[in-house]
Design a protein around this ligand. Structure first.
Ligand code: ZN
Length: 411
């Protein structure tokens, strides 16, 4: 009987899901004048921008529902804007496997498949199994989400003097980010490599696999393209806050939105979100954090502060060297080209971001933000066969930062 109820519950969840069948992602290469027209179209039709225009010669990707596709195409043609259909059918790529019934949860120790994307329950089970199997790994809750889920961090290494915080999944639809944190944690837990063991003797590494658990659950149950938190208390007509505009560093400035329906909505106040409070609190409470990286997807970027201004930060030269070494390390693995540089220069001006806050306020000298694979072919819907290679190339770049922390470069 319970199974029937469970099936009905799952069935009704499935019905409630946003169906992306027929949604297309268009790519445009606008001139500066045409860019204004495109931005107006985006605002008018509330289009979901997957990759924003960054600099002269750049492209812009946005998703259009079937209902307004011919309208938007007509408008682009009318204004002389050429476009290509970059993703023909978002729905066919957005299909996720069914969420396993609760009583059939993957038992992480036995059957955790590292080449798949996982539900939050599976990730939490896996964390428990990892901690049970490796006495060197510990787990802590660093705070609660809006819907009262624990946000967990895993701790590796015995170094007392310096720490490195690796954050994943703050934007919930960027699924390859948690997967990369999971594989990083597995690798650190299981390593027999003398160099890596030596590193962990001199450093504590904290990994947060799912920094926005409500949003992540929502991407599985309701809307694969959900980016923000699930805060329903924002007094607006739309739910959620962009956590990466919610930090108390130039809060509400350029590159963040006061429109509650925008995917870049900064929230009612700095640190209105418990999820961003958790980030702040763990870094502040550890006390000796010298390195921080907030891992996103997509676009293949390895970035340093600032986001709020194109002015270079005080440690621009040092951080640029670490970032360039990082992208070289990435390229050496599978040949993927990443771009290194300040957030405001390589993406766009964005205020209230985690990387700026950690650098300016929390005094974490080696503060980074990354965008992993790809460059838009699949965007947020990166196929599962790219999970492992994405991790393989990201890991050496994380080690570049870890080594810089250990050798005192980040003090
Ligand atoms: Zn992101």
């Amino acid at each position: 009987m319970w199974n029937i109820f469970l099936s009905l519950a799952l069935f009704s969840m499935a019905v409630a899901k946003v169906d992306y069948t027929g949604y297309r992602v268009f790519r445009v290469h606008p001139t500066p004048e045409k860019l204004i027209t495109i931005k107006a179209l985006v605002d008018e039709y509330d289009l979901d921008v997957w990759s924003d225009y960054r600099h002269k010669g750049d492209f812009m990707d946005f998703m259009v529902s079937p209902r307004i596709q011919s309208l938007v195409k007509d408008r682009m043609t009318h204004f002389g804007i050429s476009y290509e259909t970059f993703i023909e059918d978002v729905g066919s790529l957005a299909k996720v496997r069914d969420i396993p019934p609760l009583d059939q949860d993957v038992d992480a120790g036995n059957a955790f498949n590292y080449e798949q994307y996982h539900t939050l329950d599976e990730i939490n089970d896996w964390m428990d199994a990892l901690v049970a199997e490796h006495t060197s790994v510990s787990k802590m809750s660093i705070g609660k989400s809006f819907e009262d889920r624990d946000i967990f961090a895993l701790k590796f290494g015995t170094g007392q003097e310096r720490s490195f915080v690796i954050n994943c999944g703050i934007h919930s639809r960027e699924w390859v980010s948690p997967s990369t944190c999971i594989l990083t944690a597995k690798t650190l837990a299981e390593t027999n490599d003398a160099t890596l063991i030596n590193l962990l003797n001199n450093l504590a590494i904290y990994i947060i696999p799912s920094a926005n658990p409500d949003g992540y659950v929502y991407t599985w149950t309701d809307d694969r393209m959900w980016r923000k938190t699930r805060n329903t208390d924002t007094k607006g007509i739309c739910d959620g806050v962009d956590p990466n505009r919610n930090f108390d560093s130039h809060f509400g400035g350029e590159g963040s939105s006061s429109n509650g329906c925008s995917d870049a909505y900064h929230g009612p106040s700095a640190f209105s979100e418990t999820e961003t409070q958790a980030q702040r609190d763990i870094v502040m409470s550890i006390g000796n954090v010298k390195g921080y990286i907030d891992i996103h997807a997509y676009s293949q970027l390895w970035m340093i502060p600032y986001g709020y201004t194109t002015d270079p930060c005080a440690d621009n030269a040092t951080l640029t060297t670490i970032a360039v070494d990082g992208v070289n390390a990435i390229q050496a693995v599978h040949g993927k080209t990443y771009e290194a540089g300040p957030i405001a220069t390589v993406i766009y001006v964005a205020s209230g971001s985690s990387a700026d806050y950690m650098y300016d306020v929390a005094q974490v000298k080696c503060s980074f933000a990354a965008e992993l694979r790809d460059r838009g072919r699949y965007g947020f819907l990166l196929p599962e066969d790219q999970i492992q290679p994405t991790f393989e190339e990201t890991f050496p770049a994380l080690l570049v930062i870890a080594n810089a922390i250990v050798d005192g470069t980040c003090d």
